[in-house]
Design a protein around this ligand. Structure first.
Ligand code: IPM
Ligand code: MG
Length: 357
C-alpha cells in the first residue's frame, strides 16, 4: 500500500474529457491494488486565463511541485491561434510548468497495438513490429530562447540555444534507456546548418564513448522525418531537441495509428507530468468523441516512471489491449479493415476500461 498525492490539470478543450477518463482509471487501479491516492485539481491554459488572468498561477504551480505526479490534459484555444497579437497565451502556462518543474526530458513511446495495424495511413507490413522510444528535450531551444521583433516589427526572431549540460542530461537518459532495449540510439540534429546542432552532435559523440554497448547513429532531422515513414522498424531510441522532437513525434504518432493513442512522460529532477501528445483539439471538444487512450496510457507511464509500480502500469496497458481486442474504438482509430468495430464515446470507452481492470 502506498500513499500518493496527484494533481489533475485537465486544461483546455478535450483535455477535460480525456483527463476525466484518465483519472477514473487511476482511481480504479489504486483501489484494486490497495493504494491510498488523494487528488487535487488545478486550472491551466485558457481556463486559467479566464479565471485568474494568467495561464498558470504560482499557487497551482506550487501544488504541482508538492505533489507526487501531475496528470495533465492539454492547453490551447482557437481564440488565441487566430490572434497573433494576443499578449497572453494558454501555452505560456504549459511552458511555465515545464520550465519551473525542470521537466527537461519528454519521453514519448511509439508503439502500435496489433489491433490497430490497419488504422494507420502507413502500410501494415511497413509498420508491424515498430517500437520507438523518443526522448525530446523539453526546456530549451526556440521554445525558451530570446524572441522578439525588430525593424519596427517587420522582422521577427526566435533564438535556439543549448548548453552542453542540457544536451548531456537528456542524452544520458536516452543512452540509459537504449541499454535496457535493443541498444540502438539515433541522435537527431541539423548539424549541417545549426551551431546548436554541432554542439549537440559533439556532446553525443563524446558520451558514446561511455556507452560502448550502445550503437549510436546521427541523423539529420529532415532525413529522420523521411525514415520514420519509410522504415520505422529501424529505430529503437531517438533523442532530439525540443522543436524537432515536437514535430517528429506528431509524425511518429501515425505509426501508432492516431495522435489519440500517444502518451508521454515529462520528467526532470522533481515531480513528473504525464500527458497525451495531442493538443486541446477544439474542433471536436464537447462532442464526446475524443480518444481518451492517450491520457489513460499517460497514467500507465505515471505508475511506472514516477511510482515504480510496474504491475499497476501493466494492468492499464492490458486493459487497453483488451478494449481494442474486444473491438471497441473511438472514431479516430476505427478503420475500414474493422467494419464491425464498436464505436464508443469518450465516456463509454472509460466504462469499458474500468471493467477491464
Ligand atoms: C506538445 C504541444 C506543445 C508543444 C504546444 C501545445 C505548445 O504540441 O506538447 O507537443 O509544442 O510543445
Ligand atoms: Mg506537439
Amino acid at each position: 500500500m502506498a500513499k500518493k498525492h496527484i494533481i489533475i490539470a485537465p486544461g483546455d478543450g478535450i483535455g477535460q474529457e480525456v483527463t476525466a477518463v484518465g483519472k477514473q482509471v487511476v482511481e480504479k487501479v489504486a483501489a484494486t491494488f490497495g493504494h491510498e491516492f488523494t487528488y487535487d485539481e488545478v486550472l491551466i491554459g485558457h481556463v486559467a486565463i479566464e479565471a485568474f488572468g494568467t495561464p498558470l498561477t504560482d499557487e497551482s504551480l506550487e501544488k504541482m511541485r508538492e505533489s507526487d505526479a501531475v496528470l495533465f490534459g492539454a492547453v490551447g484555444d482557437p481564440r488565441y491561434d487566430n490572434d497573433p497579437t494576443a499578449a497572453m497565451r494558454p501555452e505560456q502556462g504549459l511552458f511555465k510548468m515545464r520550465k519551473e518543474l525542470g521537466l527537461y526530458a519528454n519521453i514519448r513511446p511509439i508503439k502500435l497495438f496489433d489491433e490497430l495495424l490497419d488504422a494507420s495511413s502507413i502500410k501494415a507490413d511497413v509498420l508491424k513490429g515498430a517500437d520507438i522510444l523518443f526522448f525530446r528535450e523539453l526546456t530549451g531551444d526556440v521554445y525558451f530562447g530570446e524572441k522578439g521583433r525588430r525593424n519596427n516589427g517587420d522582422t521577427a526572431f526566435d533564438m535556439a540555444e543549448y548548453s552542453r549540460y542540457e544536451v548531456e542530461r537528456i542524452a544520458r537518459k536516452a543512452f540509459e534507456a537504449a541499454r535496457t532495449r535493443r541498444k540502438k540510439l539515433c541522435s537527431v540534429d541539423k548539424a549541417n546548418v545549426m551551431e546548436t546542432g554541432r554542439l549537440w552532435r559533439e556532446v553525443v559523440q563524446k558520451m558514446a564513448l561511455d556507452y560502448p554497448d550502445v550503437e549510436v547513429e546521427h541523423q539529420y532531422a529532415d532525413a529522420t522525418a523521411m525514415l520514420l515513414i519509410k522504415a520505422p522498424r529501424r529505430f529503437d531510441v531517438v533523442v532530439t531537441a525540443n522543436l524537432f522532437g515536437d514535430i517528429l513525434t506528431d509524425e511518429a504518432s501515425q505509426i501508432a495509428g492516431s495522435m489519440g493513442m500517444l502518451a508521454s512522460a515529462s520528467i526532470g529532477d522533481g515531480t513528473g507530468v504525464y500527458e497525451p501528445i495531442h493538443g486541446s483539439a477544439p474542433d471536436i471538444m464537447g462532442k464526446g468523441i475524443a480518444n481518451p487512450i492517450a491520457s489513460v496510457l499517460s497514467a500507465a507511464l505515471m505508475f511506472d516512471i514516477s511510482f515504480g509500480m510496474k504491475a499497476e502500469s501493466d494492468a492499464i496497458i492490458q486493459a487497453v489491449d483488451k478494449l481494442l481486442k474486444d473491438g471497441f474504438r473511438t472514431r479516430d482509430i476505427a478503420d475500414t479493415a474493422t467494419p464491425d468495430a464498436k464505436i464508443l464515446s469518450t465516456e463509454a470507452i472509460g466504462v469499458q476500461l474500468l471493467k477491464n481492470i
